[in-house]
Design a protein around this ligand. Structure first.
Ligand code: 2GW
Ligand code: MN
Length: 297
């Protein structure tokens, strides 16, 4: 594991102060080969990031889909814990996409925070619910969401916040290291390997395996990401194909072609099933338990 070269440090230096720098975590990789920071606890100053974001008067969007049984099962806890931990002190707009807006329970929101409910149709197959998010997000980013927010995070609903998830995570294109795969060699990563699929990555390709449960960026960055994934999934569908991890496979292809400008360590989206790991200091989001027999039909 390496930290940054001097050149990469120069690129990153704006984000560091005092004792907070990539060498604060010598045991983990804190910089990608293309010079993007990998955010680990202790390498960034959340107070400085907060101050900077306030000065620029950002509005930060958070999109989440809660369709079918995922609404009752996960949404309330996701939103309630987001109120406690997501971009506290910033201006925030939640976009909740659901097939049953009337069934969404009221959540008490803090100052400068609002929630918009957007109706989406329920799909027959769960794979289509998951993959359909890319087109819906693309359209939303081209509409009101794109006009009112500067940065947006798009998240799975089957998780909850457990520690501060603040503006140190904002960037043009932000990718999340997958908790189960961040320490595996590249050839073992579950990228799509079929050359017939638009999501294909050859054995020597792929930087990291990114988790589709958390991705973010500027409105322009995410418009490009969602356009790419929507088109790639349509191309596959015309050929009667579906990538091995659905939208996540296409997201990984996109991030291979367009490198993220910021990468979040697995501390930002951790699976409690993995248990304790020395390098995981304070998980920001935790995967909620899944009951496949209950929710997958
Ligand atoms: C999805 C799978 C099986 C049964 C139901 C659903 C489902 C998903 C649903 O009934 N209603 C719903 O709103 N969703 C939304 O899609 C919800 O926001 C959920 O978090 C998201 C992705 O589905 P999820 O969380 O069950 O998929 P995971 O946790 O296995 O996630 C990874 O792989 C997916 C593709 O297979 C996606 O790329 C996802 O972003 C990844 O985290
Ligand atoms: Mn999920």
């Amino acid at each position: 594991m390496g930290v940054c070269t001097a050149g990469q440090m120069a690129l990153l230096s704006d984000n560091f102060t005092g004792p907070l720098h990539p060498w604060a975590r010598p045991e983990v990789l804190t910089c990608t080969a293309w010079g993007a920071p990998i955010i680990w606890d202790g390498t960034f100053d959340p107070a400085k990031a907060h101050q900077k974001a306030r000065q620029q008067n950002f509005t930060i969007g958070l999109t989440v889909f809660a369709v079918g049984r995922y609404l009752e099962k996960y949404l309330a806890r996701f939103l309630e814990t987001a109120e406690q931990h997501f971009m506290v002190g910033q201006r925030v707009v939640y976009y909740v996409f659901t097939d049953r807006p009337d069934a969404v329970k009221h959540v008490t929101l803090g100052k400068r925070r609002r929630l918009r409910l957007e109706h989406v149709k329920r799909k027959q197959r769960w794979q289509d619910v998951s993959m359909g998010r890319m087109r819906t997000l693309h359209e939303a980013l081209g509409g009101q969401l794109g006009r009112e927010a500067q940065f947006v995070f798009c998240m799975d609903v089957d998780q909850y916040f457990s520690n501060a998830f603040g503006p140190e995570t904002l960037g043009e294109l932000v990718a999340q290291l997958h908790a189960w795969h961040y320490h595996w060699p590249r050839w073992l990563l579950p990228f799509e390997r079929s050359a017939l699929s638009a999501a294909v990555l050859a054995p020597a390709e792929g930087d990291f395996y990114y988790h589709a449960a958390v991705f973010g960026g500027s409105v322009a960055g995410l418009r490009q990401l969602t356009a790419h994934c929507t088109q790639a999934m349509e191309r596959d569908q015309l050929r009667g194909l579906e990538a091995v991890w659905h939208d996540e496979s296409h997201l990984n292809k996109f991030f291979w072609l367009h490198k993220p400008t910021k990468v979040l360590s697995p501390e930002f989206c951790w699976s409690p099933k993995i248990g304790q790991r020395a390098e995981i200091h304070s998980p920001r989001l935790l995967w909620a338990p899944k009951e496949y027999t209950l929710v997958r039909n």
